[in-house]
Design a protein around this ligand. Structure first.
Ligand code: ZN
Ligand code: ZN
Length: 262
């Protein structure tokens, strides 16, 4: 059984919980340790069960309590060397770092293959994660300025796809953000708009796809209804379940049956 809950998503903190049978993991740890513990407990997961944390990149909304959580619960951090240096983790005398290489598959548990997929973003060595378990593909790609061919190819056929749908371009243009920040968000090392997310999802969906969760929505420059509508309009009628992750609470735990469909 595979299970997933997005514990928090957005510029004030990101963390995703993933379970592959008896193996429990987090992607990122971007809230306080207390908040992560509370949100895990809301979905019935003991923090001590977490076996490892897959780090995407060093921005504060992804690493806030990673060091504390890792030490408190003995969960090692899977990270590329450039990311852990940029995150300042080398100064923490941390023994729980497991180096990974962007673009190179690693196996943190029996039967689980993880591909850290390089993404274009203004960080040292940012990655998304593609999980392969018992014939099923689960993908999370957030914090990317545009969709590379590799990303589009890797996420295609995901049973569960978590994808960034950061902003509505019109809302961003009209917002109070300083021009430099708007430029950064819209740049090729920034964040995906709803339209860009819709194009990626259209390419990614196959008959395997059951669930799509839109993540990292801007609280200033987007609305869940606008993001959802943009995606649903692009996909037409034959769509898998699409939902929106929240900054304020964990999404309900989604379960996926790990049997290969034919
Ligand atoms: Zn972020
Ligand atoms: Zn970022």
């Amino acid at each position: 059984m595979i299970a997933c809950s997005v514990l928090a998503s957005g510029s004030r903190g990101n963390s995703t919980y993933l379970r592959f049978r008896d193996h429990h993991f987090l992607i990122d740890c971007g809230l306080s340790c207390k908040a992560i513990e509370a949100r895990l407990s809301a979905i019935g997961v003991e923090p001590a069960a977490i076996e490892g944390i897959f780090l995407t990149h060093e921005h504060t909304d992804h690493i806030q309590s990673i060091h504390t959580f890792s030490r408190r619960f003995g969960a090692p951090i899977y990270t590329t060397e450039a990311t852990w240096r940029a995150a300042g983790l080398q100064d923490k005398k941390h023994e729980g770092l497991i180096p990974i290489v962007s673009g190179k598959v690693f196996s943190p548990a029996a039967g689980l293959d993880v591909f850290p997929c390089p993404v274009p973003h203004d960080a040292a060595d940012p990655v998304g994660y593609i999980f392969h378990y018992e014939g099923i593909r689960i993908s999370q790609v957030t914090d990317l300025g545009y969709v590379t061919e590799l990303v589009a190819c890797e996420v295609r056929g995901s049973r569960l796809l978590l994808v960034e749908s950061n902003h509505d371009p019109q809302m961003l243009k009209m917002s109070q953000y300083p021009w430099e920040l708007k430029q950064r968000i819209m740049s090729r090392r920034g964040h995906l708009s709803n339209q860009a997310a819709a194009e990626l999802i259209e390419k990614a969906v196959t008959e395997e796809t059951e669930q799509i969760i839109l993540t990292h929505l801007s609280e200033e420059n987007n609305l869940p209804d606008i993001a959802l509508m943009t995606i649903l309009q692009k996909l037409g009628k034959a769509v898998p379940a699409v939902s929106v992750a929240s900054q304020r609470e964990a999404t309900p735990l989604i379960s996926i049956n790990a049997t290969v469909r034919r």
